[in-house]
Design a protein around this ligand. Structure first.
Ligand code: NAD
Length: 420
């Protein structure tokens, strides 16, 4: 059951708002609209594990399928102390719409375990992963539900998950997860796929607003798995990355930040703070710097109405999930900022996951060039489809992306019909 909502900032409420808007914009069949307002299934599980000190700790986990009409449920698993059913349900629905925008043959899912992985030993983390996998295993399988890494989970966790499922089913199920290590059937090109997809959107957005990429200035919030590689990609494309922030602080160099030197500094010190080839700057001031592009690649809710009112950039490409609060949307619209929404901008990650799933099912590994070429093509096609919808409906890319996604899912539901 979907959670009940009281707050306007509830993530599930925010999804419903976007869904309702899309349904209204494109006159979606009210029966189908009603179906999409509920997740297909929500499984809550109890996860008892033996801790290193001998006692048993009991954790809570979830796996949610929002809609599986277009294909197996696809979505990450996160381990975080704040995870709850509201958040997982909202993220599952966003996966339905993200896979539809990229036109991948998947539905939407998400999973989570409420825990603080920093407080777990490696053995406890493995036992937690394996017991969680067993508890949600009735939902899992290459043609049913294909998890991937998310916050605080990685290839190692995916390998344990795949191994556990394979052991209990008595067959090797490499296509049952993505984001696996290469050693057990992962794909080449997975690591930088989200950043590469963001770059495709940056190019397309600059083309749309008629600005040259070369020589333009960029700001990136977050220097992790997405923001880090993106700094290299933007610099290689001829942009000047003038400011970068992370959880340790923000740094600014109007002449451009050397991504290699910053990466070395972060590897050595754990964060961008103290980087001596740029000046420290308050992150709140960073947003207001003169520049042409801002890429939020860290947190949800980073751009509120106040930040939006101070932004000078003409283009925002949302690498993070949900970085812009709904209250900021009208402010950005009014200021004429061109926003590429998260369900389009960061779809490169799930696209690479699709390629990994396809390779695992085929038992045939693609070379890196094939992965990169197909990724670029999928992202360009997705951008063009959203752009066409936005032009046709005369709305923002965010509203158009949801409209396109909801239409695709609605078409699939209508084509399959209602069972029984
Ligand atoms: P990550 O954990 O590797 O990096 C997160 C970065 O954000 C770090 O540099 C961290 O220091 C920074 N950060 C954290 N708190 C901050 C704060 N208060 N102020 C400024 N920076 C802060 O995570 P990631 O995988 O790079 O993911 C970043 C975003 O992109 C998330 O919203 C994630 O959901 C989204 N995303 C990631 C992928 C992927 O392939 N990794 C795919 C799709 C979407």
């Amino acid at each position: 059951m979907p959670p009940s909502h009281s707050s306007a900032t509830d993530p599930w409420e925010a999804v419903l708002e976007r869904l309702d808007d899309a349904a209204k914009l494109t006159a979606v069949d009210p029966d189908i609209h009603r179906m999409l307002r509920r997740p297909q299934r929500v499984l809550e599980v109890s996860i008892p594990i033996r801790m290193d000190d001998g006692r048993v700790a009991v954790f809570t986990g979830w796996r949610v399928h929002h809609d599986t009409t277009r294909g197996p449920a696809k979505g990450g698993i996160r381990f975080h102390p704040d995870v709850d059913a509201h958040e997982v349900t909202a993220l599952a629905a966003n996966m339905t719409f993200k896979t539809a925008v990229a036109n991948l043959p998947f539905g939407g899912a998400k999973g989570g375990v409420r825990c603080d992985p920093r407080l777990l030993s490696l053995g406890e983390l493995e036992r937690l992963t394996r017991r969680y996998t067993i508890e949600i295993s009735p939902l899992l399988g290459p043609d049913k539900d294909v998890p991937a890494p998310d916050v605080n989970t990685d290839g190692r966790v995916m390998a344990w998950l795949m191994d556990t499922l394979s052991m209990i089913r008595g067959e090797l199920l490499t296509a049952s997860v993505t984001g696996k290590p290469l050693a057990v059937g992962g794909t080449l090109g997975h690591a930088g796929a989200t950043s590469s997809g963001v770059l495709v959107c940056v190019r397309a957005a600059f083309n749309a607003v008629g600005r040259p990429l070369v020589g333009s200035r960029a700001i990136i919030q977050g220097f992790g798995k997405v923001g880090g590689p993106l700094a290299f990609l933007l610099s290689s494309a001829g942009m000047r990355v003038i400011a970068v922030s992370d959880v340790t602080g923000a740094v600014h160099n109007p002449g451009g930040i050397d991504a290699f030197a910053l990466s070395d500094h972060v590897a050595a010190t754990g964060g961008v703070a103290g980087f001596d080839m740029a000046d420290p700057i308050d992150e709140r001031d960073m947003w207001a710097l003169e520049c042409e592009l801002i890429v939020p690649a860290a947190l949800d809710g980073a751009i509120d109405a106040d930040v939006a009112s101070r932004i000078k950039a003409g283009v925002i490409v949302e690498a993070a999930n949900g970085p812009t609060l709904p209250e900021a949307d009208p402010v950005l619209d009014e200021r004429g900022v061109f926003v590429v929404p998260d369900i389009l901008a960061n779809a490169g990650g799930v696209t690479a996951s699709y390629f990994e799933w396809a390779q695992s099912r085929q038992g045939y590994a693609w070379d890196e060039e094939t992965v990169a070429t197909r990724l670029r093509s999928t992202m360009e096609t997705a951008f063009e489809a959203v752009w066409a919808k936005a032009t046709n409906l005369n709305v923002s890319l965010r509203r158009a992306a949801f409209a396109l996604a909801v239409n695709r899912v609605a078409d699939a539901i209508a084509a399959r019909g209602l069972f029984p």
